[in-house]
Design a protein around this ligand. Structure first.
Ligand SMILES: NC(=O)c1ccc[n+]([C@@H]2O[C@H](COP(=O)([O-])OP(=O)(O)OC[C@H]3O[C@@H](n4cnc5c(N)ncnc54)[C@H](OP(=O)(O)O)[C@@H]3O)[C@@H](O)[C@H]2O)c1
Length: 244
């Protein structure tokens, strides 16, 4: 895997992924997208010349095509091996009597529409990487899309209700994962949904049992091992499968 793009890379799990890749791998190009560059991400990019910070506001889908020339300028004709649609949001109000249409729409925009349209925009780069590495098996050695979902998007595992905006947006993202896995099979591009576990970030909160490093190490260990048979699956950070 030579090139990786991670959205929402300025804090939380996205930043943890950038740190993991710089410390533990020889990935040639790490594209870290964010709408606000954090001090930590800036420092990492200054000491790791393979970290390229790109601006991406997930709500501004019209701007996504601008990323293509910025990435291909760096990768040449190598393309992009791994796209991690990580940026996500969750509304504060989770109960039916408090839910508002604008919250439903904003969660859908960031958590579902943005990952679909970004994948569409970057597809030529993913195809390029899959073709250039045709000697390798389907997986991150060729090209893969990981959609950062959540167990809260699982309909089968919903036994407490609520969380309308977040649950619906992640269930819809899971539906997109399934369609992409079917549509991109002919291009040898793997697509999976990933639940990072319940992790101590701004979104996960202080009570979450997992730290960012454990979740991220688990996710990359799982991602590295994915094969064609895993495309279209909903996986947890530790590699176990979740029900839709
Ligand atoms: N933490 C958990 O327990 C947990 C569990 C299940 C799933 N997840 C999923 O894992 C992913 C990462 O979550 P996290 O825990 O790292 O959350 P976080 O700490 O709240 O970070 C969210 C990231 O998404 C970015 N983002 C949000 N809205 C954006 C927008 N409109 N445009 C561009 N970027 C935007 C944020 O950037 P800004 O700084 O600009 O806001 C930030 O980088 C999300 O998809 C989340 O749903 C997390």
């Amino acid at each position: 895997m030579k090139s990786v793009l991670i959205t929402g890379a300025n804090r939380g799990l996205g930043l943890g992924m950038v740190k993991f890749l710089t410390k533990n791998t020889k990935v040639e190009n790490i594209f870290a997208t964010c709408r606000n560059v954090s001090e930590e991400l800036k420092n990492i990019s200054e000491t790791n010349k393979n970290v390229h910070i790109l601006h991406l506001e997930a709500a501004d889908v019209a701007s996504f095509d601008n990323l293509f020339p910025q990435i291909s300028k760096v990768t040449g004709d190598q393309g992009l091996n791994l796209l991690i649609n990580n940026a996500g949001t969750s509304t504060k109000f989770t109960k039916l009597n408090l839910v508002k249409p604008e919250q439903l729409l904003s969660n859908l925009t960031i958590n579902t529409i943005a990952p679909i349209i970004l994948t569409k925009s970057l597809l030529p780069l993913l195809k390029q990487a899959a073709q250039n590495n045709s000697d390798k098996p389907v997986g991150v050695g060729r090209a893969a899309v990981i959609n950062m979902s959540s167990v809260l998007g699982s309909i089968a595992q919903n036994d407490v209700g609520g969380f309308y905006a977040y649950r619906c947006s992640k269930a819809a993202l899971n539906a997109a994962t399934k369609s992409m896995s079917i549509d991109l099979k002919k291009d040898h591009i793997l697509v999976a949904s990933m639940h990072p576990g319940w992790v101590r970030t701004d979104m996960g909160g202080k009570k979450a049992p997992l730290d960012v490093d454990t979740s991220v190490a688990g996710m990359f260990s799982t991602i590295q091992k994915l094969t064609e048979a895993d495309s279209g699956k909903f996986l947890q950070y530790d590699g176990s499968e979740l029900p839709w």
